[in-house]
Design a binder for this molecule. Sequence first.
Ligand SMILES: [Zn+2]
Length: 201
Amino acid sequence: MYSVEEIRENYKGFSNSKIENIAKNESKGLRKDVLGILKDEIETRNLDINLINWVETETKSFDGIERDSLITKIQNLNCPKCSIKKDKLYGFEINQIVSVLLFANDTRKEKILCLNCGKKAKLKAILITFFAGWWSRRGIFLTPFTVLKDSFNFLFIDKISDRIINRVIDENTGHLRRKGTENKTLNLLIKRRNQKEILED
Ligand SMILES: [Zn+2]
């Protein structure tokens, strides 16, 4: 690992646009001491001061009690699909393969839904895959694997839900810091996230 001084020297050599780019897109993954260097560079170069605010919101992760209460808040929202609030919400992993002509089109989504809607959505994706997934070379291999894995995953609803909700929080740290965690904000965020295709881990 580079020493802080080496990193500081490196940062000094970066162009302004590279510094801006790191601040906007990569600050979340930086160590604390490197973040300090980044902020110093933004200040000494007189770059847009909003960048510092951006970096701070992106990197102020939700931990401990704050994270727990945010998770509870998300779980207690109305279901984004049926709008009913019966039980709590869960995060579901939903995989679907459809082979068209010779190509397999596989999509993965992670949806936060009520138990009822989530199970329905999962089952539907499994059935579609079961009937439409096979008809390509890749589909032949992917389909049985996906159908089995997704059926098996019904046993781990809580565990998978924990992983997904935590991931949504981590991905949106900056957004949540800037926009707040009111129900309305969370609802919108989750609706949008539910539509998003997830690329492999
Ligand atoms: Zn629902």
